[in-house]
Design a protein around this ligand. Structure first.
Ligand SMILES: [Fe+2]
Ligand SMILES: [Fe+2]
Length: 278
């Protein structure tokens, strides 16, 4: 079974992020996949998100397509009267309309392989221990004039640790619900499941914002079930392929294209579609 994953298309951020979309579709079409996974951060605009999913659905890709939303997807910047929970529900509906499996809503099983997923969130457990910022400071998501934009646009009914634990519990429940009927489990999250995958620069404010990368509980949930062999994620815009215990951790993001990549867009799209066989 050949699985392909990419994430963080961010088509609203730069013209190049929009221009690269057909190249990503072409890379996916040519890859001969049995499963295609998008690990979140397409666009805060629900219509644009739907349009992106539709482009894949209308392509010659002929395999199951799985999706978990990213933090930018649940932003309510264009719908300030709703909560992120409501946006999240709307995304689930859009996914189904566009023939993508919303992994958050339900695990997916193909040929005895289980696919579980969640957006995940952060509980500040990835905060760098060498700094002594308070919990209140991390909750403010601001440091020295730099702002983590979830503070403006992510509106959950709960604190960040509560939301992170809500999604960790949902993932644990998904894994529990399928583990007796599958031979292997692939987990997809948007937020980063392992602190080992978070890069420190040793400078502020960068290191402060590590607190918003993910949660230790996400990775722990994956490591405690031996059937989980791969954890795919997005959110950090640096490609990662790393072994953590029994789990292969893969992040394969497009990221912000404020500057043109050194290779052409077609090559870049191919490079940022990570494919692997199980
Ligand atoms: Fe992103
Ligand atoms: Fe993200």
């Amino acid at each position: 079974m050949k699985i392909g994953v990419t994430s963080d298309l961010h088509t609203d951020v730069t013209p190049l992020n929009k221009q690269i979309l057909p190249h990503i579709v072409e890379a996916v079409e040519k890859a001969g996949l049995d499963i295609f996974i998008l690990a979140g951060d397409l666009s805060p605009n629900l219509l644009e998100l739907a349009n992106i999913l539709t482009v894949f659905t209308e392509s010659s890709l002929n395999c199951p397509k799985l999706f978990v939303p990213g933090n930018h997807d649940i932003w309510i910047s264009e719908h300030p009267d709703i909560t992120s929970e409501q946006k999240y529900e709307a995304i689930t509906a859009v996914c189904r309309e566009c023939d993508f499996q919303p992994l958050d809503a339900m695990p997916f099983v193909k040929d005895g392989v289980g696919f579980c997923g969640t957006i995940g969130w952060y509980d500040y457990s990835f905060r760098p221990k060498k700094y002594n910022f308070s919990g209140q400071q991390y909750a403010s998501k601001q440091l020295s004039g730099s702002v983590w934009n979830d503070s403006n646009y992510a509106k959950w009914n709960g604190t960040d640790p509560e939301i992170a634990h809500r999604f960790e519990n949902k993932l644990r429940e998904q894994i529990r619900s399928i583990k007796d009927s599958v031979s292997q489990i692939i987990v997809t999250t948007h937020h980063v499941p392992f602190q080992e995958c978070v890069q420190s620069r040793g400078t502020l404010p960068w290191d402060f914002f590590s607190a918003y990368m993910g949660s230790q509980g996400l990775g722990k949930t994956c490591l405690e079930e031996e059937l989980v062999t791969h954890v795919l994620f997005g959110h950090t815009h640096t490609p990662i392929h790393q072994q953590i215990g029994n789990v292969t951790a893969i992040c394969s993001p497009i990221g912000y294209l404020h500057q043109a990549p050194t290779c052409n867009l077609s090559t870049y799209a191919q490079e940022r579609l990570t494919c692997f066989e199980i």
